[in-house]
Write a protein that binds this ligand. Structure first.
Ligand code: IPM
Ligand code: MN
Length: 372
């Protein structure tokens, strides 16, 4: 398959983990006879420094002319500590999501049995965790009208949703649930928010066209506890932009490291793949960041184009790295491996899969049925 891939490393550890993801895609290209072209683009603080804009026109054009976008991370402490900054690196990512209409954000959360001792949760709580969050990504509080009074003492962020915005992401979530364990949980604040009541109304109506899927509506207050106490009770979670953001961060801690979870942001025309972890500026350039979330994001990219065998090759190679303890410091304090050597090992095991022939791992096929 011929694919043009835009590579936006962004800030912090973004570029170094994305380098490992590209290495793995190149290994897939070589091993499976594909033709991938990678083109780098600037985004975030790095782009602001070079061009004044967190998302330069050139990057936008590159993304629009590509089949898929591989995205690293965004944000630097300079701006975190300046709440009055007029333009922030994050604006680049938000603009990209909106401009490319990437309305469905898919975040699969799967426990790795071999890493269960890394989780702060008890083994029997996390064992078998396999859920996926469908987060609305282009509306809600993130994109509603914002205001700040002239004296700077009153601020607003409007949370606005239309039926159409809810309906299109809901259909994506129901279709995914149909292929999985046929359970969908809508997480909202319908006891408080008018937008949540609209979500419930729209989603409950849509549920009638998916009779095989069992819909549960749950308040965020309950869901935020239940997801940590009993992650196994969830299959597909559907949530608004803000609620989905919070829940997915919670899930980061469930499985033992923030460096393991990928995501896919899908629209009708474009698709972008990015690790859930942030830019982790403290680790920038130290070659200690975990590249697995970025590598799994590359696997989701392949999954999006139906390249399932290639996805399995990446997932097997990652599992091999866990098994051989070729992991970064967040997974094993005493490790002697860094970001690039973990990336090298995984890429090499994609090409030379002999080593993997004996693997019979329940996590194989990470993205198998999560992307439509
Ligand atoms: C995420 C991130 C972003 C978000 C930030 C970087 C704007 O936290 O993708 O979860 O809040 O959506
Ligand atoms: Mn987040």
């Amino acid at each position: 398959m011929k694919l043009n891939i835009a590579v936006l490393g962004g800030d912090g550890i973004g570029p170094e983990v994305i380098d490992q993801a590209v290495k793995c895609l190149q290994a897939v290209e070589e091993n499976f006879g594909h033709d991938f072209t990678f083109t780098n683009g600037l985004v975030g603080a790095a782009a602001m420094k070079a061009t004044g804009s967190p998302i330069p026109e050139e990057t936008l054009t590159l993304c629009k002319n590509s089949d898929a976008i591989l995205f690293g991370a965004i944000g630097t402490p300079e701006y975190d500590n300046d709440p009055m900054a007029k333009v922030r690196p994050e604006d680049g990512l938000l603009y990209l999501r909106k401009e490319l209409d990437l309305f469905t954000n898919i975040r699969p959360i799967k426990a790795f049995p071999v890493l269960s001792s890394n989780s702060p949760f008890k083994r029997d709580v996390i064992t078998g965790t396999d859920l996926v969050i469908y987060r609305e990504l282009t509306s809600g509080m993130y994109f509603g009208e914002k205001s700040l009074s002239e004296d700077g003492t009153v601020a607003t962020d409007l949370c606005r949703y239309t039926e159409e915005e809810i309906s299109r992401v809901a259909h994506m979530a129901f279709k995914a649930a149909k292929k999985r364990k046929r359970k969908l949980t809508l997480v909202d604040k319908a006891h408080v928010l008018e937008t949540s009541r609209l979500w419930r109304k729209v989603v409950t109506k849509i549920a009638e066209s998916y009779p095989e899927v069992e819909l549960t509506c749950m308040y965020l207050d309950h869901a935020s506890m239940a997801i940590l106490l009993n992650p196994n009770s969830f299959d597909v979670i559907l949530a608004s932009n803000m609620i989905g953001d919070i829940l997915s961060s919670q899930c980061n801690v469930l499985i033992g490291s923030a460096g393991l979870l990928p995501s896919a942001s899908i629209g009708t025309e474009y698709a972008m793949f990015e690790p859930i972890h942030g830019s982790y500026p403290q680790a920038k350039g130290k070659n200690i960041a975990n590249p697995v979330a970025a590598i799994y994001s590359a696997a989701l990219l392949l999954d999006h184009f139906g390249l399932h065998e290639e996805v399995n090759a990446i997932v097997s190679a990652v599992h091999q790295s866990f098994r051989k303890e070729i992991v970064t410091i967040d997974i094993m304090g005493s490790t002697k491996y860094g970001t690039s050597s973990v990336g090298d090992f995984i890429a090499k095991n994609i090409v030379d899969a002999d080593d993997n022939l004996n693997i019979n791992d329940e996590n194989i096929g990470l993205g198998k049925s999560t992307i439509i």
